[in-house]
Design a protein around this ligand. Structure first.
Ligand code: NG1
Length: 561
């Protein structure tokens, strides 16, 4: 079966009953009831109108390449964020109410841990990135809706509409089940669920593609230079299908996964504090990739001022590397970029880039400003090597899922070690005049399952050694899955903590879970690093789940309609 089903032009589906979205609606029904009661008690008896949900995701392959323009291959998971919203309108002819400023009140079912906050109903307010309150992501979603209207030249007319002029207060109640800081994209699930709920409550309608793009951009208000994968799969995910998410323009193609394989998720128990550490992790990588793109453009003879306008590695590879051929791009990396790190001085003076702050528009971009203030060295070759090789692995992974025989895996340096783990003889490298020599290892003749697993494992090695976004706990958990009999395992999401995704033959999934529980989690339960009460959210099987959905609450029937 070929890649089909680009769904960006369709709208978020309306769920008329919970079983439209969830497999098990008993526990889900009580969760929705709890959301509704929390809403009523927080907002003095008001009733919710719209309830939207948007899921977390697990990325099967394609890490840290979405912001470089390359396709990634995630699937939505069953864990999601649900958001109940209602809008109270000003009473007609009530002068006092007419003059009062409208408000946006945000609360959480777990109000002790996630305290409520009230904001003005003002889409121009700033998100306070210096204090990392969970409601920041709700504000991102709120602002994104108006940004989208502006982009569509509809902002003025919507603001002047009878509906918007009469808004008195907007109430938002949230319940999240995606574990925080785990690489399963809790932040985007929240941002997307809020955006979809508010869109519906404000009587607006955007396509899935528009929602994916606007939530990608709006999440940047929280301080990370988000790439777009998480929001796109949260909005466009579908039951039983992984998706290849493309960018510029955004799209989601169905990728059927082999039915005899099961995907497992394990949380490393190392929390990745994405927003707080962005300057030395995520945003630093975005900066390094851009610098790599600029130096590659310069290597291809571009005038320095022109080269400085290059933003992504893909842009440069498409122009100069045999129309974006990834093998050629990998070869070019070795010629264009030095091994090791560049200092700021080397980049500004020796490479002639001038003030880096200007390139990254630091006056207007605080996220990049902090990166340049806090870092003096930038690794470019390893980062670019990861990006191009990972993009290639995504391509191979999709093709194999679609039935093509395995061909090449683009490997990192410890390919031999991996062969030992799964008991294969290391392949002989490819011809020595081939630019792919450091990276390419044939997979001819390999079974589909082993080949997919191999790609996942090589992806982890590349994340670990080239992109340096793994950590000891993630590596230990990858090893625990492999020793337990998984075919492949890798960190998923941004890394530096968070989760591992592993793949195994379905009939031994339970055995593997039991083994990993013993080898990785038992000691953590004992030491208190992990909470045993939370066990089912730490280690579990997962399958592709539905994406965002909208439902409406009917108080009389007391159900979702
Ligand atoms: P996490 O931090 O795991 O949700 C982040 C980015 C993605 C992508 C991955 C790395 C956001 C919201 N998400 O995911 O776009 O770049 O890292 O592949 O920033």
């Amino acid at each position: 079966m070929g890649a089909v089903g680009s769904k960006q032009h369709s709208r978020v589906p309306k769920a008329s009953k919970l079983s439209d979205v969830y497999d098990n609606d008993d526990s889900v029904a009580s969760r929705y009831n709890k959301l509704v009661s929390a809403f009523k008690s927080q907002f003095e008896g008001e009733k919710p109108k719209t309830i939207a949900r948007s899921p977390g995701r697990v990325n099967l392959i394609g890490e840290h390449i979405d912001y470089e323009g390359y396709s990634v291959l995630p699937m939505a998971i069953g864990l999601d964020v649900i958001v109940a919203v209602s809008v109270v309108m000003k009473e007609e002819g009530n002068v006092e109410e007419d003059e009062a400023k409208a408000t946006l009140s945000i609360a959480n079912v777990d109000g002790e841990k996630y305290t409520p906050k009230k904001f003005p109903f003002d889409h121009e307010q700033d998100v306070d990135v210096k204090s990392h309150h969970w409601t920041n992501y709700v504000l991102c979603g709120f602002k994104g809706i108006f940004d989208q209207l502006k982009k569509q030249n509809k902002l003025e007319s919507v603001l002047e509409s009878a509906f918007m002029k009469r808004v008195k207060k907007v109430m938002v109640m949230v319940d999240g089940k995606v574990p925080l800081g785990s690489g399963l994209s809790s932040s985007s699930a929240l941002n997307c669920a809020v955006t979809v709920a508010l869109m519906d409550a404000f009587e607006l309608s955007f396509t899935k593609g528009e929602l994916s793009e606007l939530t990608c951009l709006s999440e940047r208000y929280s301080g990370t230079q988000s790439g777009g994968m998480d929001q796109a799969i949260s909005i466009m995910g579908e039951k039983d299908l992984a998706k290849r998410i493309d960018f510029n323009p955004i799209g989601a193609m169905d990728v059927p996964l082999p039915t005899n394989l099961t995907f497992l998720i394990g949380n490393s128990c190392a929390v990745s504090k994405k927003a707080e550490s962005a300057h030395k992790h995520y945003n630093l990588r975005v900066v390094e990739c851009r610098l790599a793109a600029i130096l590659m453009a310069k290597h291809y003879g571009e005038d320095i001022e022109k080269a400085k306008t290059r933003v992504t590695l893909r842009e440069v590879a498409d122009l100069y590397c045999n129309k974006g051929d990834l093998w050629t791009a990998l070869g070019a990396v070795r010629k264009a970029l030095n091994e090791g790190s560049y200092t700021k001085k080397q980049l500004e003076i020796d490479e002639g880039l001038g003030d880096l702050r200007k390139i990254f528009d630091c006056e207007n971009n605080e996220a990049f400003n902090v990166v340049l203030q806090k870092n003096d060295t930038f690794k470019l070759r390893d980062r670019a090597r990861h990006v191009f090789s990972e993009a290639r692995r995504v391509h191979e992974f999709q093709k194999i899922c679609e039935g093509q025989s395995p061909r090449y895996a683009v490997s990192g340096p410890i390919y031999e070690q991996w062969c030992k783990v799964i008991g294969l003889e290391p392949d002989v490298g490819v011809a020595s005049d081939d630019p792919t020599k450091d990276f390419g290892h044939p997979m001819y003749g390999m079974g589909k399952e082993d080949a997919l697993a191999k790609l996942m494992h090589l992806s982890h090695e590349s994340c670990k050694t080239q992109y340096e976004c793994s950590c000891d706990e993630l590596d230990e958990l990858v090893d625990a899955f492999m020793s337990a009999g998984a075919l492949g395992a890798r960190l998923t999401g941004a890394g530096w903590g968070g989760c591992v995704v592993a793949v195994c033959e379905s009939d031994i999934a339970e055995e593997i879970l039991a083994d990993v529980r013993k080898s990785f989690y038992e000691k953590r339960f004992q030491s208190g690093v992990a909470n045993i009460a939370n066990e089912t959210n730490l280690l579990f099987k997962t399958a592709p789940s539905a994406g965002a959905a909208i439902s409406h609450y009917d108080d009389e029937k007391g159900v979702i309609v």
